[in-house]
Write a protein that binds this ligand. Structure first.
Ligand SMILES: Nc1ncnc2c1ncn2[C@@H]1O[C@H](COP(=O)(O)OP(=O)(O)O)[C@@H](O)[C@H]1O
Ligand SMILES: [Mg+2]
Length: 228
């Protein structure tokens, strides 16, 4: 049986730089996220939020502490970059600030490419996912033919192609106006709950925190719960 915990960070510390310029973006961080739980991470610029996502997403290795994703201890995979990359591709979805789409591919092909790279089914159909994020009618549009909010929707649909158990989202509303920000975070919360995907969303935007099941704050590499 899989555990109910999708992401577990135990006493995670990471230092960067050396000598006088040494910083500790993660200072003894503890965090658990359950399947289907939508957790927001707020905190000032430079607090370590993106570093937290990198460590949870197997893109960076901490100096000490344990990171488990879907029960897998990442330290046991880090000796082989191939194994780690494969684990990441199949189990972890990423959504970035402005969608990070490939300029030459239309919306449907952005999803098809991920399916191909991850050796998904030959008869993969991107339309149900594009429908789920409300953008099926723009399937043939290139990124430059989409608004910021629409690009972000494609980025979210793309993150779900491999059916990841963990979704990591970095400042998804940074390039959007207030109304679109609310729509995008509403969509993320819905998808997280419907699919049972554990979701960690880093944001500066206090106005979208109401959609989160739980909020934690990061300051100087340390995490603390936020009431309310
Ligand atoms: N590769 C790196 N080398 C040295 N310092 C870094 C590196 N990446 C990030 N930092 C520093 O780590 C701290 C946390 O950065 P980051 O996680 O990007 O913060 P946030 O996303 O909260 O703005 C900052 O002080 C930043 O300057
Ligand atoms: Mg950041």
């Amino acid at each position: 049986m899989p555990t109910t915990t999708a992401l577990s960070l135990r006493n995670v510390t990471l230092e960067l730089g050396d000598g006088d310029s040494k910083v500790r973006p993660l200072d003894n961080v503890n965090l658990e996220i359950e399947h289907g739980e939508f957790v927001g991470v707020i905190g000032p610029s430079g607090a370590g939020k993106s570093t937290l996502l990198a460590v949870a997403g197997a893109l960076a290795t901490p100096d000490s502490g344990a990171v488990k994703v879907l029960g897998q201890d990442l330290a046991k995979l880090t000796r082989s970059q191939g194994k780690l990359a494969k684990f990441r591709l199949h189990n972890i979805g990423f959504v970035f600030q402005s969608g990070n789409l490939i300029p030459a591919l239309n919306a449907a092909d952005q999803l098809r490419l991920v399916n191909k790279i991850s050796k998904g089914p030959a008869d993969f159909d991107p339309m149900p996912l594009l429908e789920a994020v409300g953008i099926a009618q723009k399937a043939k549009n290139l990124p430059r033919q989409l608004s910021g909010g629409e690009r972000q929707r494609v980025g979210i649909a793309r993150a779900f192609v491999t059916n990841p158990g963990l979704l990591l989202v970095d400042e998804p509303t940074a390039a959007l106006d207030r109304q679109r920000s609310q729509q995008i975070v509403t969509l993320l919360a819905e998808q997280c709950h419907e699919r049972g995907v554990a979701t960690m969303m880093v944001t500066h935007d206090h106005e979208v925190l109401g959609h989160c099941d739980r909020v934690v704050e990061m300051v100087d590499g340390r995490l603390t719960p936020v009431d309310g």
